[in-house]
Ligand binder design. Sequence first.
Ligand code: SF4
Length: 230
Amino acid sequence: MTTISRIDREPARGRKPAARLSTAPDRNCPLCPRLAAFREAARVREPDWFNSPVPSFGDPDARLLIVGLAPGMQGANRTGRPFTGDFAGDLLYATLLEYGFAKGVYQARPDDGLTLVDCRISNAVRCVPPQNKPLPIEINTCRQFLSATIAAMPKLRAIVALGRIAHDSMLKVLALRAAAAPFSHGAVHQAGAIRLYDSYHCSRYNTNTRVLTPQMFRGVFAKVKADLNS
Ligand code: SF4
């Protein structure tokens, strides 16, 4: 485990507090022109889908935050709830239910009544990107909403980064040096009072190729649960 830095929650003495950033972008957020155009095209093609920046799901007072990459076209972009409606959500929500971070029954739709317990889910990039591949500038631009989301979680103790892109973006939010906190499945990096847990993304591709097995995924959440309970 690496111990390096901490997230700034309070301004240093004598320094003016920074203007509070929004935790949620406008539904027509124009900051990434490529993604805004992609979103507009999806609205024309599928007018009944959500087709907007996907908000975080769960209580801001949670101690655990899960950070994914970006909404999937047929998943969160369609339904409006992170990881809801595609394969990645099947594994994620089953695992959260198993470890007590969710209750109810996951039915792959936002009105299924499922609730998160001491847990919140967000994404490094809020809008669906073509081929699930956001550009570096889009990841950098959308980080302001991730940073604001984290700053607005006063009890946050654990962050699970799903995949290398989420991990890299989290390093910047937490001011951790990349060389000292390399991505690796199962790795844990300390940033002040917050622990960052790395996991391979629970995508269909990763599970089909056995890069990530359900058992490996459960191992990450078992560790988070044990640490939060210790
Ligand atoms: S990805 Fe984020 S910053 Fe870019 S347009 Fe969507 S909400 Fe705005």
